[in-house]
Write a protein that binds this ligand. Structure first.
Ligand code: CAA
Length: 403
């Protein structure tokens, strides 16, 4: 199926970013939000991305104008009537998503693809609200959408093969890297990234190290930004939503660190409202120590040790659970983490990294962390089976990959 015109619903940071990517590929794109002020804010965000390219000499001002002309801001569903593919990027509420998809279905051509950019909600459940559920699919971008190469393509239970193939081809036409992921809570990347970020939050509330030191340590490991800077960029509200969905599906190993809920309660949402773990607006400056003290008084846990492994091993362990559930292949898991989170290229992804340090070493370390920090580190069963069968990684020439 050829896509002549696309649409995006929700002109927030993700929606606007997605519309920028689509317009950059040369396709007209309708960008909708509930009121003109939000639409204008989205259009301004897109212009800012293009302007930065003009400033760097990567495009001319007239090329920018041509690209901006491709973006049609609107507050009406009527403007979607000739769209071949629409991506919903509204906030994470199933009721709202159902309403959006039902409105969309009323105006779209029968052949159109209806995609959701949800970070963690069930695509199958979203699809259950519409007649043409075979046309519903997850097309999940990563923040910042104009930069991150990965797109997760997630079929729901009802999605047709044709829709999946069209979504993959569409992602490629945007010059992105699509990875097909089997539907599960958090899909692939969020399912691995959130436990990593959550572990940083545990380490913070336990006063294991300062957040600056932990951010520096993770950059030292090779991540493009530290976990606290990333939590602030993603938004503590978004992270809390995704954490809740992961906990609901996978249980206690995904229990969110108390500090994440407290951040939301204290309206520290991150970059978007000027204060998160870090302070972006000096007028909002407030000490987090009383919050941390109260958590420590309640949990009785403080002064635990911090190491980059503590965070990265959460990622590796969840990758092993994903492999066991056939969420994606080992090479797709690694590729997704490289392209979706900037996991260091030289380490090749969490599974190549596990193979390099030894699967047996990973299991021993997880067992140790499980004893000291709790059962959320309990090794995925597949890891123990691999060790028992001598699949130890590079040293035995076979592990997650063959060497
Ligand atoms: N919008 C558009 N472009 C942006 C941008 C933004 N918000 N932020 C940075 N850029 C561009 C810059 O303009 C620059 O472009 P050029 O190469 O053309 O000059 C380029 O990105 C690199 O930026 P910087 O030099 O300023 O900084 P950097 O090299 O540190 O990169 C980063 C910034 C891309 C954000 C990088 O730090 C990174 O990859 N961080 C990890 C982000 C991540 O993990 N994202 C996934 C989160 S999970 C998610 O999104 C899923 C979900 O559902 C919650």
């Amino acid at each position: 199926m050829f896509i002549y015109k696309a649409g995006v619903i929700g002109a927030g940071a993700m929606g606007a970013g997605i519309a920028q990517v689509i317009s950059f590929s040369g396709l007209p794109v309708v960008l909708k939000d509930t009121d003109q002020e939000r639409v204008d804010k989205g259009l301004a965000m897109i212009r800012k991305v293009y302007q930065s390219r003009v400033d760097k000499g990567k495009m001319t001002a007239s090329e920018m104008d041509q690209k901006m002309k491709l973006v049609i801001g609107t507050t009406s569903y009527d403007d979607f009537k000739d769209c071949d593919l629409v991506i919903e990027a509204v906030f994470e509420n199933m009721k709202v998503k159902h309403q959006v998809f039902q409105e969309l279905e009323k105006v779209l051509p029968e052949t159109a693809i209806m995609a959701s950019n949800t970070s963690a909600l069930s695509i199958s459940q979203i699809a259950s609200a519409v007649k043409h559920s075979d046309k519903v699919i997850g097309i999940h971008f990563f923040n910042p959408a104009p930069v991150m190469k990965l797109i997760e393509v997630i079929p729901g239970l009802q999605t047709s093969t044709e829709t999946v193939d069209d979504a993959v081809a569409f992602a490629e036409s945007l010059r992105k890297m699509p990875v097909r992921v089997k539907e599960c809570a958090g899909f692939l990347v969020n399912r691995l990234l959130l436990p990593y970020l959550n572990e940083a939050a545990y380490a913070y509330q336990e006063s294991s190290a300062s957040m600056e030191d932990m951010d520096n340590a993770m950059r030292g490991f090779g991540m493009p930004m530290g976990p606290f800077a990333l939590l602030d960029m993603l938004g503590l509200d978004v992270c809390a939503d995704v954490s809740g969905i992961l906990y609901d599906s996978f249980g206690p190993r995904m229990k969110a660190a108390e500090i994440l809920g407290e951040m939301q309660k204290n309206n520290r949402l991150g970059v978007k409202n000027g204060i998160g773990f870090y302070v972006y607006d000096e007028s909002k400056k407030a000490d987090l120590k009383p919050v941390v003290d109260a958590i420590q008084a309640k949990t009785g846990v403080k002064g635990t040790a911090f190491s980059p492994e503590r965070l990265v091993f959460q990622m590796i362990n969840e990758a092993a659970f994903c492999l066991e559930e056939n969420v994606a292949s080992p090479s797709d898991i690694d590729l997704a983490m490289l392209a979706g989170t900037g996991f260091p290229q030289d380490k090749g992804g969490p599974l190549h990294y596990a193979d390099a340090i030894g699967v047996d070493v990973v299991v021993e370390k997880l067992k140790e962390l499980s004893k000291t920090l709790g059962p959320r580190f309990w090794p995925a069963p597949i890891l123990k089976r691999m060790v028992a069968a001598n699949y130890l990684g590079q040293k035995t020439k076979r592990g997650f990959f063959n060497y």
